[in-house]
Design a protein. Structure first.
Length: 451
């Protein structure tokens, strides 16, 4: 019998889904529980900070025209939309500032915007506890990253992983929250994967964060269809025309289940101190370190030289950004604002900053070269002023798994992001609730706080 039809088939995809379907909250390590809390808090803050972005206003104008009956909350907007439209909006809000989490364990993936946007919507459809949501979050994380491992040439092919792997992560997470069994969770993964899309060509445009929203909506649809027995292949990753073969020039389907007993991948998630592409963070750290240590006056600078991983130059090659969204993918802009402002937050990647004459003048003084010997989270910077040369080396960028943000830093970031959208009192209450999320009986209490 065809593996796609045989309910007793043993496939790599079904093996993973069997493990994930059987997982209980008690199976999560303390580190995984902690990272789930941190991830939820960080993502809510990013979504609230993004809720007022002009991109979101355009999206919501259309969704309010086309959406079905209001069933789920749009964060920070006092608005409810359909069960697929709210996660589309929340997913895009979470990613629009490029301030959301990034896993760099062999796959560069922003998992939280697709996964949590999907889970928040489904948690309003039927009651879900904080522990249920945290487990589903960790499960979706596994599915997304592991599928990326199975398709190692996926990013090189021009796909935006947050759109493609994000769909899979959201679908499996949603299925887990709905408590689907092994068979139906396998279907959910297949339904999500067949919707996977998102092209890197759209980097620097409104479409880049749209990918995260679409992934969330895809995941909700996949989970709800699978719940009703809507089927899919049982070999969506490893099949002859499965994900690892058609989305990648190199197929490694055996990696889907590699080291399944080695802990939870969410444990090694990273969080962003800067509102831009994560590969820019080590060079930003290096420039800020020099600026603060040696009190550099930008007016005296003749050159800023950078040595970075080749991956940096391949995806952050915007030379003269004219919008804030474009500037998030400019090595030159990031070095310039790090020097002028000693920061790389939301304000440093605004339309106004992208066209600031002082920043533009400094961008012209930045020279970046690739070094194959560096890690993706490592960089060297040198700033020349007169006869002096000021240097810094960053071994691991701040916010990465090897140099993580502290809980206090995550909280401070959340409060700064959330307070303008929902006020200081509600932001504080939401923060306190998330730090004890596994004890919360119904996620709708938190969702109401951040509505």
């Amino acid at each position: 019998m065809d593996q796609n039809l045989n309910p007793d088939a043993v496939t790599l995809t079904k093996t993973l889904c069997g493990r994930l379907a059987a997982a209980q909250f008690g199976d999560l390590t303390p580190a995984a529980v902690r990272e789930a809390r941190r991830g939820v808090l960080d993502w809510i803050g990013c979504a609230l900070a993004g809720s007022g972005h002009p991109t979101i206003a355009k999206l919501l104008d259309v969704l309010q025209e086309t959406s079905g009956r209001p069933q789920a909350t749009v964060l920070g907007r006092k608005l409810r939309l359909g069960l697929r439209d709210a996660p589309l909006a929340n997913g895009q809000m979470g990613h629009v500032l490029d301030f959301d989490d990034t896993h760099m364990g062999g796959v560069v993936l922003h998992a939280s915007s697709p996964v949590l946007a999907a889970l928040f919507a489904l948690a309003e459809r039927s009651p879900a506890s904080g522990a249920d949501l945290m487990l589903a979050y960790a499960v979706g994380f596994e599915a997304g990253v592991r599928t990326g491992w199975a398709a190692p040439g996926h990013h090189k092919g021009g796909w935006h992983l947050t759109g493609t792997l994000g769909s899979i992560a959201a679908g499996v997470a949603g299925g887990k929250l709905l408590k689907l069994d092994r068979q139906r969770l396998t279907y959910a993964m297949g339904i999500a994967a067949t919707q996977a899309a998102g092209m890197q060509q759209n980097r620097g445009t409104m479409c880049k964060s749209f990918h995260a929203g679409k992934a969330a909506a895809n995941g909700v649809l996949a989970a709800l269809l699978a719940e009703r027995g809507f089927d899919s292949t049982q070999e969506i990753v490893e099949g002859r025309k499965g994900f690892s073969r058609i989305f990648s020039d190199v197929a490694a389907p055996e990696q889907l289940n590699a080291d399944l007993d080695g802990g939870w991948l969410i444990e090694t998630n990273g969080h962003k101190p800067y509102a831009c592409g994560v590969v820019l963070h080590p060079l930003i750290d290096a420039v800020i370190a020099i600026r603060n240590r040696d009190r550099i006056d930008p007016a005296t600078v003749s050159e800023i030289s950078l040595r970075v991983h080749p991956f940096v130059l391949s995806i952050t090659d915007v030379v003269n950004p004219t919008t804030g969204l474009q500037s998030k993918f400019s090595t030159l802009h990031s070095a310039a604002v790090a020097l002028t402002d000693g920061a790389a937050g939301i304000a440093q990647y605004s339309d106004a900053k992208a066209t600031d004459p002082l920043v533009a003048a400094l961008r012209a003084k930045v020279k970046a070269v690739a070094d194959d010997n560096l890690r993706k989270d490592e960089a060297y910077a040198a700033i020349v002023t007169g006869e002096a040369r000021h240097e810094a080396h960053i071994a691991h960028a701040s916010g990465t798994a090897d140099n993580p943000m502290s809980d206090a830093a995550i909280e401070a970031k959340f409060l700064a992001n959330a307070t303008p959208a929902i006020g200081a009192e509600r932001a504080r209450r939401a923060c306190d609730l998330v730090w004890s999320l596994e004890k919360q009986a119904d996620m709708r209490e938190l969702i109401a706080l951040v509505a």
